[in-house]
Design a protein around this ligand. Structure first.
Ligand code: SF4
Length: 168
């Protein structure tokens, strides 16, 4: 569909500079490489997710190194993601837990309100722990390299100036 509506979304990949700058994205589009989120979900962490926040950040630093090594090996074709087990607790789980703790005393942005969004409290952005979608639609005006993903639906979020929209 995108090739008919936005032919530039296909032809842009013949531009060497675009291709070299977005090489990994292009490979993900073409099912040659996995998204980093999927790789993060295969990196095991020792951590008990009930541990202190300092301990979790310490684990996060260690897991970041493991993640980078695994990503490099996958990208070089030395490891196949599909052959890796999903660990009981992954680097991705750890990130989710740390994000949850940040929400509990919110310092996601420079306002650093310190309120507990998990309890429904509102800071300057007026958000609690949920995301509020103001509109969702197929977006035709996106930059050409981003259009042919086949999943170029876009959702606009309410209130938060730091995260106004997401590609779905
Ligand atoms: S403005 Fe919102 S995101 Fe920023 S610190 Fe306050 S509650 Fe958190």
């Amino acid at each position: 569909m995108w090739r008919a509506i936005r032919p530039d979304s296909n032809s842009v990949w013949s531009n060497g500079q675009v291709l070299s700058r977005l090489r990994r994205y292009y490979d993900i589009l073409n099912d040659r490489k996995p998204a980093k989120m999927l790789v993060a979900n295969r990196v095991e962490v020792d951590s008990d997710l009930n541990a202190s926040t300092d301990k979790l950040w310490d684990q996060h630093r260690k897991a970041s190194g493991k993640f980078r090594v695994l990503l490099r090996e996958i990208d070089r074709g030395n490891v196949d993601l599909k052959e890796l087990d999903t660990p009981k607790t992954s680097y991705l789980d750890l990130k989710v837990e740390l994000a949850r703790r940040i929400l509990a005393s919110c310092h996601f942005c420079e306002r650093r309100c310190g309120i507990n969004r998990l309890e429904g409290k509102h800071g300057v952005c007026q958000l609690d722990a949920k995301a509020y979608v103001s509109s969702a639609f197929l977006h035709l005006g996106e930059e050409a390299p981003l259009v042919p993903s086949g999943t170029n639906a876009r959702a606009f979020l309410w209130r938060c100036n730091l995260l106004q929209h997401v590609h779905v």
